[in-house]
Design a protein around this ligand. Sequence first.
Ligand SMILES: Cc1ncc(C[n+]2csc(CCOP(=O)(O)OP(=O)(O)O)c2C)c(N)n1
Ligand code: SF4
Length: 253
Amino acid sequence: MPKVFSRPKSLKDIPFHYCPGCTHGIVHRLVAEVIDEMECFDKAIAVAPVGCAVFAYDYFDCDAFQAAHGRAPAVATGIKRVLPDRLVFTYQGDGDLAAIGTGEVVHAAARGENFTVIFINNAIYAMTGGQMAPTTLLGQKTTTTPYGRDRQVNGCPVRMCEMLAVLDGTAYVARVSVHNPANVNKAKKAIRRAFEVQMAGLGFSIVEVLSACPTNWGLSPLEALQWLEQNMIPYYPLGEFKVPAEEGGGQNV
Ligand SMILES: Cc1ncc(C[n+]2csc(CCOP(=O)(O)OP(=O)(O)O)c2C)c(N)n1
Ligand code: SF4
């Protein structure tokens, strides 16, 4: 029988600590598959976040660095400047990237630092028990917004891709989702494109991945994927917001 699937070489053969139905595992696999396919196994350097993916360095079978909360883009900047031929990527949640690390990511993008950010948007601070994140939707209940996020009190959710795409330093900006197989495939294409943009030396690239947190959303894994599709995608539209100029502008993925 032909073999149709196997563990990517760039992913260690150990079980994830993630909750059942968590999409962090899917995204890890996609990143590892792309590293394998681009034959960057010996070149990849991951920068792990603070958050549920804090142990990412235990899963990716490549060199890795653990950054303080939000500081992954600053750490990646240093690594990539010293080792410009490496494939450097950060892997960050929305609390990490869009709250405590806002300054780091905005300025790394504005400087056009030549690394890739994999941005996991699950609309919540997951690891610490489900507090409101900058990406929490209006009306969404969290432990710190028990009656739902209120625009007057809590402000509006931040669309990071739209914000970063207008900066001159960004080369590739895309938002994808992993709520069904077709979108998982599109997510992989976007991650590959971001890595290719980096390896071509074109500048800062980011792929935002709409992700599910069944545990803190209080939903079953299946319900969480449906909630993501029905509630997150209308506010966070999928697509490529910026591609390198020579590729002729944005298009939907
Ligand atoms: C400076 C600092 N402040 C707060 C924390 C506590 N902390 C650890 S993980 C986390 C939330 C991470 O949420 P997110 O980045 O959205 O990742 P997720 O857990 O959702 O994957 C926080 C606030 C910390 N470790 N360091
Ligand atoms: S708490 Fe949420 S984001 Fe964290 S591992 Fe569990 S399901 Fe995933």
